[in-house]
Design a protein around this ligand. Sequence first.
Ligand SMILES: NC(=O)c1ccc[n+]([C@@H]2O[C@H](COP(=O)([O-])OP(=O)(O)OC[C@H]3O[C@@H](n4cnc5c(N)ncnc54)[C@H](OP(=O)(O)O)[C@@H]3O)[C@@H](O)[C@H]2O)c1
Length: 302
Amino acid sequence: MPSSPDRILVIGATGMLGKPVAERLHAEGFAVRALARSPERARNLLPAGVEIVQGDVAEPDTLARALDGCAGVHINLKGGPDEASYERVEHQGTRAVAQAARTAGIRQLTYLSAYTITAQTATSPEARAKWRAEEAIRASGVPATIFRATWFMESLPLFIRGRTATVIGRQPHRLHWLAAADYARMVARSYQTPAALGKELYLYGLEALTMREALQRYCAALAPKARVLTIPVALSAGLARATGDAELRSITTLLAYYNRHGETGDPATARAVCGPPKLTLDQWCRQRAQEQGITSARLAVG
Ligand SMILES: NC(=O)c1ccc[n+]([C@@H]2O[C@H](COP(=O)([O-])OP(=O)(O)OC[C@H]3O[C@@H](n4cnc5c(N)ncnc54)[C@H](OP(=O)(O)O)[C@@H]3O)[C@@H](O)[C@H]2O)c1
């Protein structure tokens, strides 16, 4: 198929953060193709105009087919919860995509990494896999934009079980919570300006709030019966050991890591190249309340 400058393959388009990117690219007029392990599931989730191809980053043949005729590829993968899965999906999967992208002559690769990722701070299974993925992208020689994003607002409901929103560890760092809609707009913009190529961009939202503060705002607006509870990392690790809960063990390892690392990047270049974020946490909560039909949402700030 001849390459179209507007055709972009999105890998992870069914995911919490990849879906808004696929939708935004589609809304801005790009020809979006989604690589999906389950095309049927993807069809139900994505806009009708998005082309869907069956594939898996662990099967390189499927990647060549999916990249055929594309000018760009956006990688929005998630591995875990065990270390082997982070390595297989995030590192080896990304490396396979980058190598296939080089063979296919792809002109731009974009990748969702995280704000803590450096050679020195790649000390958790997730961070190691992401650092190796970034290295594989750089080694491939494909012109790339790496998005080192902070915590997303969309993660906040994931902390809540029943009536408890649990913070593992003190989590002392103030984080500029980012809305997926702002991230999606910035990714779309990166495909419209050559200034984005060869950059590692720190994507931060507008306001700095600790994890606890952000959860309190979220709960006030959207889960008023929930209370925010902080538990020590050691207690969470002990619970995971005692119950054999692999997911809790992985979440504890993840949050122990973020307990140690705050935001150190500078978001100025990302904002200059891809535009500034627009949504505060309260605005995002209001939008979400509307989407969920919660008319009596009590917003922390009016
Ligand atoms: N949450 C945050 O605050 C935050 C902050 C910074 C960075 N991030 C990073 O954002 C990334 C994406 O997170 P998310 O919440 O969007 O994850 P998610 O909802 O779990 O989505 C992951 C996507 O990856 C796809 N996928 C997994 N294995 C695959 C494979 N072998 N081949 C092809 N596709 C595969 C999944 O497709 P299926 O539909 O087939 O399962 C799904 O579309 C993660 O790496 C995370 O670390 C998150």
